[in-house]
Design a protein around this ligand. Structure first.
Ligand code: URA
Length: 335
């Protein structure tokens, strides 16, 4: 019980309780950190997770009675020494962990799922789902957690489509066009996504389309630019996406591009070119990673289109849509 790990646990609890006392309702925590701490008996804390926890806890050291933990025990411990000590597997220690995690979302129920990587809740009946989605929409529209993005945005880009869809597509973040019109995938990449859907025999209205971030990543001094979301923006916004997925409960999630894959599955997953085409598990739902349509606009090779198409054939089958012989043959030859 006197290990650095337990000291860290105490410091985390103390810090979170201090924050809670100050009225803080939530703190961003990376999914992989949560997964690491959720099953400490099996999972060594990843270096990212250790760094993340250290970052969360460190302010507490300056202002509270929390025990001070030598930084080498946090960020630079060897992989061997980062394995959670067996003592932590005790019931008492686990309940202290739950307490630490439970403190975080207790004043904001809509953020619970991101903190415990919970399995999906039971699906809501249609009317309740529509009401919950409308409520979620108004919460997201009012969100200003990333104050810099709230200040620069023209629109909050919630998502479009059928809230009862069998397939839910997740992209990276709104770009300039999406920010202007408030719809995801409204620019050139969106046109290509629409064409892919048409080839699948579907329309934008029959699937649900959204992004990891609901606001356009700002590019100060370059109003027409786009940039990748930063990790803290992703962890701040992710709970909104998780809630959308909780409500839609699609049969299949499609993660478009590396950012979406990493946001949903956590860092430490393989790269998109390795992962695409192979089913992943997202909180019990089948998740298909595939290339982002913007990649297909940059790389015009037929072989790349075919790869995405093969992923979509798998998605159609898994979602229960029929696949014709003609569809199976798309993008095999140039004509
Ligand atoms: N790229 C994305 O990932 N999402 C959009 O909405 C548009 C472009």
């Amino acid at each position: 019980m006197s290990s650095a790990y337990l000291q860290l646990l105490d410091a985390t609890i103390a810090h979170l309780e201090t924050l809670k006392g100050l009225g803080v309702g939530w703190v961003p925590v990376r999914r992989d950190t949560l997964l690491s701490i959720a099953s400490p008996s099996l999972t060594p804390l990843s270096s990212v997770a250790r760094r993340d926890i250290a970052k969360t806890v460190s302010p507490a050291f300056q202002n509270s009675q929390s025990p001070s933990i030598p930084s080498e025990n946090l960020a630079s411990a060897s992989p061997q020494s980062s394995v959670v000590p067996p003592a932590v597997r005790s019931e008492a220690a686990m309940s202290r962990w739950s307490k630490a995690v439970a403190v975080v979302p207790s004043t904001s129920s809509s953020f619970q799922t991101s903190l415990v990587a919970a399995p999906l809740p039971s699906p809501l009946p249609p009317e309740a789902r529509a009401a919950a989605m409308a409520e979620l929409r108004s919460q997201i529209f009012a969100c200003s957690r990333c104050s810099h993005l709230a200040a620069s945005r023209q629109s909050v880009v919630f998502g479009v489509g059928d809230i009862h869809a069998k397939i839910l597509f997740v992209g990276e973040a709104p770009g300039v066009e999406e920010d202007l019109c408030g719809e995801p995938f409204a620019g050139p990449a969106g046109e290509l996504l629409t064409k892919i859907l048409t080839a699948m025999g579907l329309g934008r209205e029959s699937v649900f389309i959204t992004n990891l971030l609901k606001c356009r990543p700002d590019t100060p001094g370059d109003s027409a630019g786009n940039r990748k979301p930063k990790p803290d923006e992703v962890s701040t916004c992710l709970p909104w996406l998780e809630r959308q997925i909780d409500l839609v409960q699609p049969r299949v999630v499609v993660a478009l591009g590396a950012s979406a894959v990493e946001g949903l599955l956590g860092k430490g997953t393989a790269g998109i070119s390795q992962l695409r085409g192979s089913w992943q598990n997202y909180r019990g739902l089948p998740l298909m990673p595939t290339y982002h349509p913007a990649y297909l606009l940059r790389n015009l090779a037929l072989s790349e289109k075919r790869k995405v198409w093969e992923d979509m054939l798998q998605v159609m089958e898994r979602a229960g849509y029929p696949v014709s012989t003609k569809q199976r043959g798309f993008f095999l030859t140039k004509d």
